[in-house]
Design a protein around this ligand. Structure first.
Ligand SMILES: [Zn+2]
Ligand SMILES: [Zn+2]
Length: 266
């Protein structure tokens, strides 16, 4: 059994994650060029023609700019909620997508790819109908959780019992405050419908930790308002407060912005 995640790109400049559950192979978002996706998959010896589909979290361009291209190239179905589809179509964000590749999903309603169960869940973000995803396969669970202005109890409960999590560590609050962004943009990032900051994400991670949680990938880092070391240190400190030691109790990796992050198996 092989069940793993592999971020192909992660950050405000573009997001794309590869999910592998034996024969069931999916991309979550394609916010990078088609070329980058093909190259990334080749690096880990995955033939793009074996993909089964593309899951969309939300319609921001750092998540969908390559979706249309990849769908057309490999004839792949695209899964998104109805409001997200409507927005992508009315704004012509994907180019032409064949009708048989337009698939509608609903929050909290699992979809199945063979034995792989995928559950979209609701998150807080300034797009029409954003979702995160829970992946369950052969008794193992992985979670994708990015683009979240805040988390509530219902969301955090999704993370319980995960064997691996890709969690947003978007920004350092101080860097946003003293940074050069115009005030409205600062407000957006820091608001409840923006992005998760290091400190809060670290708290969430320490809170959901259990001995079977094997790894956490810190993802979707801001280019302007974060540093990989800051994200890592936030996680390290929050975990240490609960006597959880990185390397011993949990593997923590900061996702690469432009390049492949190593495969993370559960
Ligand atoms: Zn977004
Ligand atoms: Zn994003």
């Amino acid at each position: 059994m092989e069940f793993y995640l592999c971020p192909i790109a992660s950050g405000s400049s573009g997001n794309c994650t590869y999910l592998h559950a034996d024969e069931q192979r999916l991309l979550i978002d394609v916010g990078v060029s088609g070329k980058r996706v093909t190259e990334g998959l080749t690096e880990i010896d995955i033939d793009p023609t074996t993909l089964k589909g593309i899951l969309i979290t939300h319609e921001h361009s750092d998540h969908i700019k390559g979706v249309g291209i990849i769908s057309r190239k490999y004839d792949l179905p695209i899964y998104a909620t109805k409001p997200t589809w409507e927005r992508m179509e009315s704004a012509q964000m994907l180019g032409k997508v064949k009708e048989h590749n337009q698939r509608i999903i609903s929050k909290d309603e699992p979809i199945y790819f063979g034995e792989l169960m995928v559950t979209p869940y609701s998150i807080y973000h300034d797009s029409v109908d954003p979702v995160g995803y829970v992946f369950e396969y052969m008794g193992k669970k992985m979670v994708l959780a990015t683009d979240m202005g805040k988390v509530d109890r219902k969301i955090v409960e999704r993370f319980y019992n995960a064997d691996g999590i890709l969690l947003e560590f978007n920004h350092d609050v101080n860097m946003v405050e003293v940074g050069s962004y115009p005030f409205p943009l600062k407000q957006r990032i820091l608001g409840d419908y923006g992005h998760l900051n290091n400190e809060l994400a670290a708290k969430v991670l320490a809170h959901i930790y259990h001995p079977d949680l094997k790894w956490a990938i810190l993802g979707h880092l801001s280019n302007e308002n974060n540093l990989p070391d800051l994200a890592y240190l936030s996680a390290k400190n929050a975990l240490l407060e609960k006597q959880i030691e990185i390397g011993k109790d949990l593997q923590v990796t900061v996702a690469n912005r432009y390049n492949l992050t190593p495969i993370h198996r559960v």
